[in-house]
Design a protein around this ligand. Structure first.
Ligand code: 5AD
Ligand code: SF4
Length: 494
């Protein structure tokens, strides 16, 4: 028998090459990351292997992600860990390990999770090997964790947004302790690099550039559940993107709650504009997207970088939230209606073909009919390609939740419907502007609706369907846009 590998002695960059079956899990766990997690992945893998032999079938997992792109990226990391451990993915909750990565930005996201938990309870009664884990933003709320501990005692593992890298370690604890494992960190200043990830798409990937948010918009729970802003070092980001490109990725989405304040807290500060310029130089990379920009931090330098960098896509998501300067003030957004409109003008001047999209909240406390009309006015002036519209949702712990002048539900609903109708009307007029031209389209998947067709996206994020087969997936092709259907095009390869 040859010696097994002691992970305390392996350099971090070599970890991914090592077969976990060769790791000495009888040695002590390394104290430092990411080695410690690779050790626990090996250990959990051993548990899973034994369980699988006992049952005479592979152990399976299912993950469901709620919420934003950040959560989607986190789930890819969780999936990477689960696959290393030896679980096989399945398509529904008939699985041995079910993980929900939750969102809490609006109340109905929470309600959906509680609803699903009731269903999981009945499944678990039928499969005693089943383990249920919950993570993500909702778990960062102490009341939620209390409620689960009290009323959903069949849940096995609860962790938060700051320690997703620890999944393997928590899983081992659960295998060993046979009781609910709860590990929530209030905040963190650490970023663990070099863990495995499993990408959903082979040709595009999200890349975290920063975590957390310092803005404290008065309605928003994100700063409480995602902690303070922490930026990754540019060299780590560039190295990750280069690895992704070597692995076939042509499009990256740089992710952060507020990418425009990227780099401020680094030892050697770097601006987001500088980072974009560096990423633009990476050979083999074709497209760069980013999300989300806060209007108050969008610098002239960034506008210039967007204009100059050929790989940066012609799309900017610029959340408005409200068109009323008065409401924006109470929201703590730190810009006025006029400043927002000036910014839009500046961007359009520098990058005339840019598509603008936004987020809007209807029914923030104190919103009057006049305030709402200001929002409609901005929508009509900017003419967004698309807008995500949300009904204000009261989040416990945020300043807005304590405001007394909450708007009655029927008034909010009526405004919401008016806004949605306006947004959709404008969007269907705007999106068709490139009809009868040839555009570069990144093919993403086979068309769900029409056989023999594929679906892709233009640089400005508009969807295009055209005849093609699976060989085109992940390729950027020239497509003639024959017909605009309002929100998307039908085309043919040029
Ligand atoms: N109610 C409604 N919408 C909200 N958002 C954030 N918090 C709330 C809330 N309490 C919206 C904002 C943000 C998007 C991600 O979610 O528009 O930009
Ligand atoms: Fe929430 Fe505002 Fe931070 Fe966006 S910028 S995550 S809306 S606090």
């Amino acid at each position: 028998m040859y010696n097994k590998i002691d992970l305390r002695e392996v350099p971090a960059e070599r970890l991914k090459e090592i077969s976990l079956d060769l790791v000495n899990i009888d040695a002590q766990a390394p104290e430092f990351e990411p080695n410690r997690q690779f050790y626990f992945m090996a250990k959990a893998r051993d548990y899973v292997k034994r369980k699988s032999a006992e049952l005479g079938r592979p152990m399976t997992f299912f993950t469901q992600t709620f919420g934003c792109q950040m959560n989607a990226r986190d789930s890819e990391k969780l999936l990477g860990i689960l696959e290393k451990i030896g679980y096989q993915e399945t398509t529904d909750e008939h699985a041995d390990f079910v993980l929900y990565n939750t969102c809490t930005v609006r109340e109905n996201a929470n309600l959906r999770v509680y609803g699903r938990l009731g269903y999981l309870n009945t499944m678990k009664k039928k499969n005693p090997h089943m383990m249920i884990a919950l993570c993500g933003c909702m778990m960062q709320e102490p009341e939620v964790v209390e409620k689960i501990k009290k009323s959903y005692r069949f849940v096995d593992i609860i962790f938060g947004t700051h320690n997703i890298f620890k999944l393997a370690e928590l899983l081992c604890m659960r295998f060993e302790e046979k009781k609910m494992v709860v590990d929530i960190w209030k905040d963190t200043d650490r970023i663990v690099e070099d863990l495995p990830t499993e990408r959903k798409y082979s040709f595009k990937s999200g890349v975290n550039i920063m975590f957390g948010c310092n803005n404290f918009c008065s309605y928003c729970i994100v700063p409480y559940v995602r902690g303070r802003e922490r930026s990754r070092k540019p060299e780590d980001i560039i190295a990750e993107i280069k690895r992704l490109v070597a692995d076939g990725v042509v499009e990256v989405m740089l992710l952060g709650q507020n990418v425009n304040s990227y780099g401020k807290n680094l030892e050697q500060p770097v601006t987001f504009a500088e980072l974009l310029r560096q990423v633009n130089e990476i050979p083999g990379l074709e497209r760069i997207r980013f999300m989300t920009s806060h209007p108050k931090d969008l610098s002239d330098d960034l506008i210039e970088a967007m204009r100059d960098c050929d790989k940066v896509c012609r799309h900017l998501h610029l959340p408005l939230q409200s068109g009323s300067s008065q409401i924006l003030k109470v929201m703590n957004r730190r810009y006025t209606k006029e400043q927002y409109l000036e910014l839009v003008e500046k961007i359009r001047k520098a990058v005339p073909d840019i598509a603008l999209t936004t987020d809007i909240i209807v029914g923030f406390p104190g919103e009057t009919e006049e305030d709402f009309e200001e929002t409609m006015d901005v929508v009509r002036r900017v003419r967004y390609d698309s807008a995500f519209t949300f009904i204000y949702s009261k989040r416990t712990g945020t300043p807005a939740a304590k405001m007394e002048n909450q708007v009655p539900e029927d008034v909010v609903k009526a405004r919401f419907d008016r806004l949605l109708a306006e947004v959709q009307k404008i969007s269907s007029e705007v999106c068709g502007r490139d009809v009868h031209t040839v555009q570069k389209v990144l093919v993403e998947e086979l068309d769900d609706h029409v056989e023999g067709y594929v679906t892709g996206r233009m640089s400005n994020n508009t969807v295009v369907h055209f005849p093609g087969n699976a060989d085109l997936i992940g390729k950027i092709v020239d497509v003639y846009l024959e017909e605009s259907k309002g929100f998307y095009y039908m085309g043919k390869q040029a």
